[in-house]
Ligand binder design. Structure first.
Ligand SMILES: [Zn+2]
Length: 349
């Protein structure tokens, strides 16, 4: 796990500074302004680098979103672009998107929307409703809730290789979120800001549930109730020898983080579009695309048992396991992208 810094408030203050200073610029102020601009750029870069590993990392989510965006019908893409403008955190979605006239502005907003639910995990405007120490934060216009909804990111179907006691998935889970999102999007009785909020959750969680370890928890003698009511928490409790993450300068020490990061961590647009192109070439769009989220999560649950938990704890990831994991992750990312596009193409037709 890498450290998280909290640059958001800082960058916000810096840009606030800009707007005040713009009005009364003189040469000294302009120099200071240039320095602040540089500082702001550096902080933004730090922000981009310092993201915790949850579910597919940002690269995974952005690649899923890229594939989805490329497969939206042009008219639906326009509707999605317009809907995201009403997102209650639209300003944040425009980070790194460049000029509104830029070629990739809308695409980048769409990809940022897919990572937004991870970005609120440390955001002080929101609170963790699963933590009794975390108290509710003031409601901000447009957000249906200020909860972080950390349980929406997964659904842990339990299994055990050794007859250990099991715990059922939480009633607050990814399947609930996916059906709520479908209900909300394009529903005239739902405020448009809330529709956009649910769209960003849909883009994110549809990606998450294609990561096999987001759909299961393994229960063993070592990790089972009552001491460990959530088993190994989707592989988070399954320790491996430190594994250097592809394209990264850090290591991971559990199976969940290994899978989150198996496709690398570089998330500049050229890296993502290259990976997406490679994935789409290997996994062309199927003629029939499932929009049944039950099926998505069942597949992941099956893969977790047959292709993920196939090594022993505390071992070094064997090269053959890595290359199979990379292939399966690519296949899951492709499907997630095509399926999201299909859901939206139907919903927003
Ligand atoms: Zn997630």
């Amino acid at each position: 796990m890498h450290k998280i810094i909290q640059p958001r408030t800082i960058t916000r203050n810096v840009s606030l500074h800009f707007s005040i200073m713009d009005k009364r610029a003189n040469p000294r102020r302009r120099r200071l302004q240039a320095m602040l601009k540089q500082l702001s750029a550096i902080l933004l870069i730090l922000l981009f680098l310092a993201v915790p590993a949850h579910a597919w990392n940002n690269k995974g989510h952005m690649t899923v979103a890229y594939i989805a965006y490329m497969n939206l019908d042009p008219a639906v893409r326009k509707k999605v672009d317009r809907l995201l403008e009403s997102h209650p955190d639209f300003q944040r979605l425009t980070e790194f998107a460049g000029s509104p006239n830029g070629q990739n502005y809308r695409l980048i907003i769409f990809m940022n929307a897919a990572t937004w639910p991870d970005s609120i995990r440390k955001d002080p405007r929101f609170y963790d409703e699963t933590d009794s120490e975390s108290s509710p934060t003031p409601k901000i216009d447009g957000f249906p809730s200020m909860k972080r909804f950390t349980r929406w990111h997964y659904i842990d179907f339990p299994f055990t290789p050794d007859h250990s006691p099991l715990t059922d998935p939480s009633p607050v889970n990814a399947l609930k979120l996916l059906s709520a999102s479908r209900w909300a999007i394009n529903n005239p009785s739902v405020p448009v800001a809330a529709q956009a909020y649910f769209l960003s959750w849909l883009l994110h969680v549809a990606g998450d549930v294609h990561q096999p370890l987001h759909c299961t928890s393994r229960f063993t003698n070592e990790l089972s109730p009552p001491e460990n009511p959530d088993g190994d928490r989707g592989g988070n409790g399954f320790k491996i020898t430190d594994f250097p993450v592809p394209e990264g300068n850090f290591t991971v020490d559990n199976l969940h983080s290994f899978w989150d990061n198996v496709l690398g961590v570089k998330r500049d647009l050229p890296s993502i579009s290259a990976l997406a192109a490679q994935i789409m070439a290997h996994h062309p769009k199927p003629s029939v695309i499932s929009t049944d989220e039950r099926r998505w999560t069942n597949e992941s649950f099956r893969f977790a048992r047959t292709r993920v938990y196939t090594i022993n704890q505390h071992t070094t990831i064997p090269p053959a396991y890595f290359s199979k994991a990379e292939k399966l992750a690519q296949q899951r990312v492709a499907l997630a992208g095509y399926r999201i596009a299909e859901v939206l193409n139907k919903k927003l037709k």
